[in-house]
Design a protein around this ligand. Structure first.
Ligand SMILES: NC(=O)c1ccc[n+]([C@@H]2O[C@H](COP(=O)([O-])OP(=O)(O)OC[C@H]3O[C@@H](n4cnc5c(N)ncnc54)[C@H](O)[C@@H]3O)[C@@H](O)[C@H]2O)c1
Length: 260
């Protein structure tokens, strides 16, 4: 068990990548606070975990990651419940967007930045302070995206927020190393979660073709990597980006080039 005895907060733990990671962490021996704006769904994940035989290994909490006081309270809550904090997975996020010139900044920019960017900053800050106080070190994993490294369709604000997550990760690793804290960002490609599953079969086919295996990534495949990154086996992975995109960022497009 990779995470035996560890305590983790997983934001956005009620769905998709976060939900799969809650299950993986618990199976690896961790205790997890499932922190999400959707408390009902977070509680359902806790019930799933209990039904799997891990009663008491997970608890649910409502948090809006765009509010620093709520993120601070979530960290305090995890410590109150489980006695300490070892890992935070800053994963909550929203996607979507409109063409830049159609933007209303209050609708198409501010909310995205508040959740996908500020939410990660708040998680790093609140958990970092807890790790310093404990004197135990800790691990900060944050979900960026392939869009954090490139321009993409309808993603002006999303790409900016996800790029900031990468920058935060580098800076946090640099600043918090003296407290034994590691920070890593992951960049998923096309993952079969509600964000993607809402689209037509045709569009999902296109998304699949953008990855080297030609399929959408399963959330569980991302969770496996996150569990490894959270474990002591990943101690040398620090201040960097781990691409979990099935090759998306390594090639442009498949097309039939005539032989010559
Ligand atoms: N699915 C993909 O293809 C993909 C690709 C790259 C990056 N990502 C990123 O992965 C992360 C997880 O996405 P997912 O695909 O699992 O989506 P999802 O919609 O299944 O899960 C996101 C979760 O975040 C929660 N959430 C939203 N706003 C919140 C807030 N203000 N405070 C707390 N919780 C909030 C939602 O309730 C939901 O449970 C996101 O950061 C997303 O940007 C996803």
């Amino acid at each position: 068990m990779r995470l035996k005895g560890k305590v983790a907060i997983i934001t956005g733990g009620a769905s998709g990548i976060g939900r799969a990671t809650v299950h993986k962490f618990v199976r690896e021996g961790a205790r997890v606070l499932v922190a999400d704006i959707d408390l009902k769904k977070a509680e359902e994940v806790v019930a799933e975990v209990a039904a799997e035989g891990f009663e008491g290994a997970a608890a649910a909490a409502r948090v809006d990651v765009s509010q620093f006081v709520e993120v601070e309270a979530t960290v305090a809550h995890a410590v109150e419940l489980f006695g300490k904090l070892d890992v935070i997975f800053n994963n909550a996020g929203i996607a979507g967007g409109r063409p830049l010139l159609d933007h209303d900044p209050e609708i198409d920019y501010a909310p995205m930045i508040r959740i996908d960017q500020d939410g990660v900053y708040y998680g790093i800050l609140a958990a970092g302070r807890q790790f310093r106080e404990q004197g135990t070190g800790g691990v900060i994993i944050s979900t960026s995206s392939i869009y954090g490294e490139q321009a993409a369709e309808l993603a002006f604000s999303y790409s900016a927020a996800k790029a900031a997550v990468i920058s935060f990760t580098r800076s946090a690793a640099y600043e918090l190393a003296e407290f034994g804290v590691r920070a890593v960002a992951i960049t998923p490609g096309r993952v079969g979660t509600p964000i993607i599953n809402q689209f037509s079969e045709e569009l999902k086919q296109t998304f699949s073709s953008e990855q080297l295996r030609g399929v959408l990534t399963e959330p569980e495949e991302i969770a496996d990597v996150v569990a490894f990154l959270a474990s002591d086996e990943a101690n040398v992975i620090n201040g960097t980006v781990v691409h979990v995109d099935d090759g998306y960022s390594s090639f442009k497009q498949r097309f039939a080039l005539p032989t010559f």
